[in-house]
Each structure stands twice: as structure tokens, then as C-alpha cells.
Design a protein around this ligand. Sequence first.
Ligand code: ATP
Ligand code: MG
Length: 411
Amino acid sequence: MSALQPARGTHDLIGEEQRRFHRVADTARRVAATYGFDEWITPIFEDTRVFSRTLGETSDVVTKEMYSFDDRGGESITLRPEGTAGVCRALVSNGLTQSLPQKVFYAGPMFRYERPQKGRYRQFHQIGTELIGPAEPLADAEVISCGWDILKALGVSDDTVLELNTLGDKESRDAYRTALVGYFTDHKAALSPDSLNRLERNPMRILDSKEDADRRIVAGAPTIAPYLTDSASAFYAKLQDHLTRFRVPFVENPRIVRGLDYYGHTAFEFVTSKLGSQGTVMAGGRYDGLVAEMGGPMTPAVGWAAGIERLSMLMETAPPAPTPVAVIPIGDAAEATAIDILQALRANGIRAEMSYRGNLKRRMERANKAGARAAVILGDDDIANGVAQIKDLTNGTQDAVPFAHIPSRLK
Ligand code: ATP
Ligand code: MG
């Protein structure tokens, strides 16, 4: 029988990869907590409308990437492609729209039907934060600063640059949209079929296209700056002031629009040149209209999401493998006492393991292979004397230690 393979675009996290993964998620959760973000755990699948209504009909995610299916009861279900829509749905479902601000952290799997490549998978994982309630640019700055602090704590901030843009308010965007439609209509002949479709429905989306043909035309497209209203400009200027105050370095990039329809004002990406074309590690912006789309009141919000896999790849050094203590009985009679010591070590929070069979030599070999830092060796004579031989496997020294002192010696 042929061995079964993982589904395309999925991967198993084992050993070092698993440790990198958890370092990213744990570090992010810890840093976000210092900013007051609490974790929400929302379902991995939702009513399809949670995404189709809110991500925008022209977004790549909705048009090509969702894992949707009818369940046995005939309901259309979608495996979540991103975290923000579910958090906003949960805000409304749980009656929290009047308990603002809410500062939400999440971490978990996301699903997108994409062409798998390095840094791009069909099941991938994100960490994210959402700050729901405040309309002030201070909130945007704080959310971005939290992201930056996470990148610093992971040791990857030197390899990433914050690229910042504004999408203005609705009035700015309407004026800009008209300018873009004019420009892209003049270059219609060279646009990709996807972008021709976007031209009708959401021309700003063309700026986000990854097609080479589109990118050449995008390079000459007008930017939003001349179309910003005074208040949108003031918002953007204030955000930049705050970022400076928070000591978050940034560059402006007027091409950043974000893939989803619900963004306004702030749009940003933390990008790296170290991951080829999958260079965006963390991305987000302000999405004041989303909660209302979900059936709640008009509620300002800002947040970001980051790919755990991409951050894991960026991390220079992996967290070290754990170093257990090996408990080694010599002979069958010693095993019972060895179990007592094994459990005493574990009760003291020490990672301790004992092989299931084998003589001293085999057991020592296995302990070394497992990277054990010490061996607790128990012969019949030792047991009679109430001691075990503790061998330090990093330097080879050995001495006899009374049972009661073993855990504290190995702490
Ligand atoms: P991209 O432009 O790379 O397709 P995106 O704009 O679709 O990214 P977002 O929806 O903003 O990505 O998701 C936020 C982050 O999640 C990305 O910056 C990236 O780190 C990660 N991410 C998105 N899609 C994938 C995927 N298929 N595999 C791995 N990570 C992903
Ligand atoms: Mg994408």
C-alpha cells in the first residue's frame, strides 16, 4: 500500500519547526498582553457570509481562495481565511459592541486555496491583534507599536521595514478612485483580466496586483496624497507623529492598499527582503466599517495579522531542544525505586525520562542521543545506601546524592 501524503499546501510541525512556531505565538501573546490585549479563541469555521459579506466581493480571498462547503445540514460553511471577520462577528454575537474598547489577540490556523510555495500554504497560521472602539490615530500607532515590539522580541526587526500608507476617508477615496479609473482606463489594453474586472468594481485593488504586466502600469499610477481631505491628512500626520514618539521607524509607501475591502485611513505592512516574493510578514490597517457590515453599530477598529510560518523562517536561531534528565536503573529490581525518583523529578517540574528496557550501556547511549543533561543512575548497592549516582553528561563528573536531594540538585 502506498503511504498517504499530507494534503497539498499543508505541513506537519515537528521538532525544531514546532519550537519555532510556538516561540512566535508565545512571544506575540506575551508582548500583546503588555499592551492589554486578551486572547479570543473564535471558531475555525464560520457561516460563509461572515467572510463573503465583509471581505469584499472583489478580494482575492473571496473570489479564489476560500474553502467553502455545504455541511450535512445544507448550511454554507467556510474555513476561516483570516481572523478579523470572525473577531468582529464575535464582538456582535457576544453583545460587546457597547463594551469598548476591546483589545483582542488571536493565534490559530487559517485556510486559503492558494498555489503553495515557500512561505505560502493552504493551511497556515496567523497571530493578530484587533483594537476595537477608538477612532483616534493613537490607537493605530499603539497597534503598530505592539507589532514592532513583537518583531523585536523575536529578533527579526532588523530584517523588516514598516511601510505605511493612508487610504484616507471616504471622500478622499471617492476622489482618488475617479482619478485611478481615468488612469487605468487609459492603460486598459495592458491590464491583466483580473485587473480589468477590478477596474469596474474596485480599482484601488489593482494597486495590489502581483501580475508583472499590472505592476508596470501601477508604477505610474496617481497616488492618493493630492486627493486627501484636510481631516484625512491630519489623521495621517498625527499617526506619523505618534509612531515617532513610540520609536517605531517607518517609510511611506503609497502603493500599499491591503487586499481586503474594509480598510480606510491607515494601511501598513512589515516587509522583509529575506523571504523572496513572500516578503510581507505582518500587515494591517484601520477597518471602521467592518463591525457594521456584521450587523453591529458603526464601530472604529484597527489591527494587523502576521504569518507565523513567515516569522518562524525569519528567526535566525531556533529555540534549543529540551534537555531531559535520564533516570537509569541497573537491573530489574532497581526499576521500582527509579520510578519513584522519576516521578519526584517530574513533580518538581523537571523533564525526566526513563527508557522502557535495556542495560546500562544501551540506556546511556539513548540518554546521550536524547540530549540528556544528566543521568540518575541507580544500582542495587546505591539503593541500599539511599543514594543515586548523578552523572553530569555535559562534563562527565559523577557523585552520589541522597534520594531526597536529587530534585533540588537537578533543578
Ligand atoms: P500576500 O500578499 O502574501 O498574499 P495577503 O495580503 O494575502 O498576503 P494578509 O491577508 O494580509 O495577506 O495576511 C497577513 C499575513 O498572513 C501575511 O502578511 C502573511 O505573513 C500571512 N499569510 C497570508 N497568506 C498566507 C499563506 N497562504 N501562507 C502563509 N502565510 C500567509
Ligand atoms: Mg494573499
